[in-house]
Write a protein of this length. Structure first.
Length: 363
């Protein structure tokens, strides 16, 4: 088989059709790129997608905070952290010395009443100010020039709710006032679809959709399969149905242990599960054996072997998984989360070279 473009390769992988090799994609912490730049391995400002020849370009074009007119307010600042209030009315503490997910400290939305007062009215109509038209256009054009698969990316309903009201209020609401959480799911799903319709009609369609939707933590999901089906899945079905109506495959990222939810995520229509976090209890080979005929996979390579910077450990991890999971043409090489700055540049280069070597097909 002749070498394929990234767009051709990922398009086939998501349908589990023959390809020249497994796909390649990755997420990197900003600290990692900074460290590799300071060591002279990459040029300042260089795109790591270009540098490593990754197969996918992502672009995140939507601003989904409730109040678009809110100016972030600094509440407190120290040498190490900064506490701000965002357009959701939430207090966020960010670290200044290193990149990390912001700590959510407090929330203006805590229940049905505050949802209806603070946020709901602002999310009912698709305000075009939420859309980064220019950024989307440039990313799409760049992907076309380089032959890469171009995916619209953003968060789905679960990941839209928790920055608004926090996991505690959201999960308690699922148990004590499920009608409130169902309403949030419906409002966010409808807004997402309406904004996608506006963007794609004006700027053109992507090759696929990538939803970030962290629904698990170590050892278990945030909710039972029943709660997922009754409360969250309807939003997934609606947003994925819209994508499928336009012929767009759907990749869903979910950190943590989400295996108990997976049959229902497949039922909702996802084509690929991405990140498959080993340290949370996810097992790529087990999932491949159980769902490989219906689902493609991206990730599942234990990043802890990479930040050991021991090529023998990296090789053992790759040899144990890649030759098996490439069997149905449905695998994209990716760590099980993202690449931290403790991973050396040489280690990551070895990971790519060895992984793609194991992932080639003899046709």
């Amino acid at each position: 088989m002749q070498p394929m473009t990234g767009a051709e390769r990922i398009g086939n992988i998501l349908k589990r059709q023959p390809v020249d090799r497994v796909g390649l994609f990755e997420h990197f912490w900003t600290d990692t790129q900074q460290a590799w730049t300071e060591l002279g391995h990459i040029q300042p400002g260089e795109d790591l997608v270009d540098h490593f020849g990754l197969d996918i370009t992502l672009h995140w074009p939507f601003n989904m905070v409730a109040d678009l007119d809110a100016v972030p307010e600094i509440i407190e600042e120290t040498e190490e952290t900064i506490l701000t209030r965002d357009g959701n009315g939430a207090l966020l503490r960010r670290h200044k010395l290193h990149e990390a997910t912001p700590e959510h400290v407090d929330f203006a939305v805590r229940d049905r009443e505050t949802w209806e007062q603070v946020a709901r009215p602002r999310l009912l109509e698709p305000d075009e100010r939420r859309i980064d038209f220019m950024g989307y256009r440039r990313a799409r054009e760049s992907a076309r020039r380089h032959g890469r698969f171009f995916a619209w990316s953003g968060v789905n309903v679960f990941e839209l709710m928790h920055p608004l009201c926090g996991h505690e209020h959201m999960l308690l609401g699922m148990a004590l006032d499920p009608g409130w959480v169902r309403d949030m799911v419906a409002v966010y799903a409808n807004l997402t679809i309406a904004l996608q319709e506006i963007l794609f009609a004006r700027e053109g369609w992507p090759d696929g959709i990538w939803y970030y939707e962290d629904m698990g933590f170590k050892g278990r999901p945030f909710m039972s399969p029943r709660m997922y089906r009754e409360i969250v899945q309807p939003g997934h079905i609606d947003t994925i149905r819209f994508a499928k109506s336009q012929g767009l495959p759907v990749i869903m990222h979910s950190c943590g242990m989400v295996e108990p939810l997976l049959p229902h995520m497949i039922e909702a229509g996802i084509d690929c599960l991405q990140v498959i976090e080993v340290k949370a209890g996810m097992d790529l080979l087990k999932l491949y054996r159980e769902y490989g005929e219906r689902l493609s996979f991206m990730g599942g390579i234990d990043v802890r072997t990479l930040y050991s910077n021991d090529s023998a450990l990296v090789n053992a991890e790759l040899e144990a998984k890649v030759p098996i999971v490439k069997g149905n043409y449905g695998y994209v090489l990716h760590s099980d989360h993202s690449i931290p700055n403790t991973v050396s540049y040489d280690t990551y280069c070895y990971f790519v070279e060895r992984g793609l070597g194991l992932g080639r097909y003899d046709h």
